[in-house]
Design a protein around this ligand. Structure first.
Ligand code: PAF
Length: 284
């Protein structure tokens, strides 16, 4: 496995190996602090593509709070081992200045609720930064397929829209959300949770599965979601940002329960911001 730290180095490597001509290329964009969720993306990419590039960059433009950017875990040595074991061929780990070709900045993008509701509302400018960095990565790497985890559900929808508009030849592959044995959605931020925090965080995934159980048992979507939201609000240790039904394609607050495809949640637990979601049924 090769580790490349500059865009120029990446271009050399591509040219030397005739990459974009002869081989199918999969990209797994990450911010590092890799875990089994990332490993599953890399494994899927390596089954489906001749070569897999994993990008590692803690992208400053998608953080709306400097403390959150500073506290984001950086674990490069461990990342290299995980990526290699999962089938990565190249780690591309540029500096932000290198990838952006100067001071990192993101143009504002407004695709209505898709970019401005839920995560877009709680983290103003977040999707501008995600779109900017993924655009730079797609432009530099020109993958055939790019792999994103469904834990960041709204991000998948936003990137799909971006690719449709700007990179119609790149297929966006949404990969299953991975949980630990207790049900906690895997996230790079989980490293920052204390044991007590993990217990509190589990209440989020528990609430999501309870809603699905209740709906399967015949309760109305809205009643089940409202009850779970009210219950989560009762816990002092959980600072709930949202717990809602959404349609994956719109992320609108106005969606009617019969249009919901997922339940999404975001909360601060133990000083760590966590998101999670569960699928209700496949809605095309
Ligand atoms: O999901 C992430 O880790 C990031 O948002 C991404 C897609 C790598 C862009 O920085």
């Amino acid at each position: 496995m090769k580790i490349i730290r500059t865009s120029v180095g990446l271009n050399h490597w591509f040219n030397e190996h005739n990459i974009q001509i002869n081989k199918s290329l999969g990209l797994v964009p990450t911010m590092g602090a890799l875990h089994q969720g990332h490993a599953s993306l890399i494994e899927k990419a390596s089954k489906e593509c001749d070569l897999v590039v994993v990008s590692i960059l803690v992208n400053p433009t998608q953080f709306n709070e400097k403390d959150d950017l500073d506290a984001y875990p950086r674990t490069m040595a461990a990342d290299v081992e995980i990526a290699k074991a999962a089938g990565c061929n190249v780690i591309f780990a540029p500096t932000a200045e290198d990838l952006y070709g100067g001071k990192p900045k993101a143009e504002p993008v407004n695709w209505g609720d898709l970019t401005h509701s839920f995560e877009g509302k709680c983290r103003p400018g977040h999707f501008d930064g995600v779109i900017a960095v993924v655009d730079k990565l797609f432009d530099a790497i020109k993958p055939d397929k790019a792999y994103f985890g469904a834990k960041d559900l709204q991000q998948v929808a936003v990137v799909q829209k971006m690719a449709q508009i700007r990179y119609p030849n790149i297929e966006i592959v949404s990969c299953e959300l991975i949980r630990d044995s207790k049900g906690l959605a895997l996230s790079s931020r989980n490293i920052r949770l204390t044991n007590q925090g993990v217990k509190q965080a589990l209440k989020l995934s528990f609430a999501l599965s309870k809603v699905v159980e209740k709906i399967s048992a015949g309760e109305s979507e809205k009643t089940a979601v409202d009850a779970a939201r009210n219950e989560l609000k009762e816990y002092d240790e959980i600072d709930l940002e949202y717990f809602n039904g959404v349609n994956f394609h719109t992320f609108s607050h106005e969606d009617k329960p019969f249009e919901w495809s997922h339940i999404v949640v975001a909360a601060n637990v133990d000083g760590v911001r966590l998101i999670d979601n569960i699928e209700l049924e496949v809605v095309d």
